[in-house]
Design a binder for this molecule. Structure first.
Ligand code: SF4
Length: 261
C-alpha cells in the first residue's frame, strides 16, 4: 500500500470506502444485474448457469430454457439429455443439468416449488452457494446482498478495503464498511468497474475515476494515453471524461471490445 494510506485508521478507511462507493455510483450509472430473468426461479437458474461462463452466453441460452421449463416441477421432471443439449453452450453442461434437476426436486420437496427468500435456506439448495444466494436475494427479493465474485475480490483488495482472499470474510469486512442499503448496487458497480476499468492484468489507472482514492494507483499505466486505451465497453468514452481524460484517446475498438468476463 502506498505510504499515503499506510497509517489509515479504521474510520478513515470507512470514510474513504464510502466516498469511493459514491464515486462508483457516478461512474457506472448503468450498473445492473446482467443476467436476464423475470422471477426468482429464473434468476436462480441463470446464476447457476453463469459459473465458468459469461452472462452474455447465459442470456443466449435462457430464453429457450425458460420457455420449456417454467416451474420447479418442470426442472424436477426434465429429460436429462434434452436439457444437456440446451445447456451445452454454457460449458459444464452435465453438472449444470444435474444441479437444475436437483434444484427443482429440492424446491418441490422443501419449499412448495418456490425459491425461498432467506440466505440460510438458499445455501442449502443444490447448485446454490453463498455468492449465488446473495445475487438472488439482492436482485429478485430486494434484500441487500454483497456478491463476492472474482472482480469484487480483486478490486476490494486493490482499493485497500480488505486484505483478504476468502470470499465469506471479504463479504463481512465490506459489510462493515458500506451501508446495508447500498450492498446490492455496490456489488454491480464494483463488478462493472472490474470489467471496464480495473482489469485483472493491466488496470487503466490513469483513466480511473478512483485514482485519487486508490492505494493501488500505479498497478497499471498512470499516463492518460496508455490508460485510455485500456478502457472497455459501450461507455468507454464517458468513463474517460469522468476521469478527466480526453475521450479522443479512447480507440473506437474499445467501445466494441468485449469486456472482461
Ligand atoms: S486506480 Fe488503478 S488499481 Fe485503483 S481502482 Fe483505478 S484502475 Fe484499479
Amino acid at each position: 500500500m502506498l505510504s499515503r494510506f499506510a497509517g489509515e485508521t479504521p474510520l478513515g478507511r470507512k470514510r474513504r470506502a464510502r466516498k469511493m462507493a459514491r464515486e462508483l455510483a457516478e461512474t457506472h450509472p448503468d450498473a445492473h444485474c446482467e443476467l436476464d430473468f423475470t422471477n426468482p426461479l429464473e434468476l436462480a437458474v441463470a446464476t447457476i448457469l453463469s459459473a465458468q461462463t459469461t452472462d452474455v452466453r447465459v442470456n443466449q441460452v435462457t430464453p429457450e430454457l425458460f420457455r420449456r421449463y417454467r416451474s420447479a416441477a418442470d426442472y424436477a421432471a426434465a429429460d436429462r439429455e434434452q436439457m444437456e443439449a440446451l445447456l451445452r453452450p454454457t460449458g459444464f453442461f452435465r453438472a449444470k443439468t444435474n444441479s437444475l434437476i436437483r434444484l427443482g426436486q429440492a424446491l418441490l420437496e422443501h419449499h412448495d416449488g418456490r425459491i425461498p427468500g432467506k440466505l440460510d435456506q438458499l445455501v442449502k439448495l443444490p447448485g446454490i452457494g453463498r455468492k449465488t444466494a446473495n445475487v438472488i436475494l439482492g436482485n429478485a427479493f430486494g434484500v441487500p446482498g454483497i456478491t463476492v465474485d472474482t472482480h469484487f475480490r480483486r478490486l476490494t483488495n486493490r482499493f485497500g478495503w480488505v486484505d483478504e482472499q476468502d470470499e465469506v470474510k471479504i463479504e463481512s469486512l465490506v459489510a462493515d464498511l458500506i451501508e446495508k442499503r447500498d450492498w446490492t448496487m455496490l456489488s454491480h458497480r464494483v463488478i462493472f468497474h472490474g470489467r471496464r476499468v480495473c482489469h485483472s492484468r493491466t488496470p487503466a489507472c490513469g483513466a480511473c475515476t478512483l485514482k485519487a482514492m486508490c492505494p493501488s494507483f500505479g498497478t497499471g499505466p498512470t499516463e492518460a494515453a496508455p490508460a485510455a486505451r485500456l478502457l472497455k465497453g459501450p461507455r468507454a468514452r464517458e468513463l474517460a471524461v469522468a476521469a478527466g481524460v480526453d475521450p479522443a484517446l479512447v480507440p473506437a475498438v474499445a467501445v466494441l471490445a468485449p469486456e472482461e468476463p
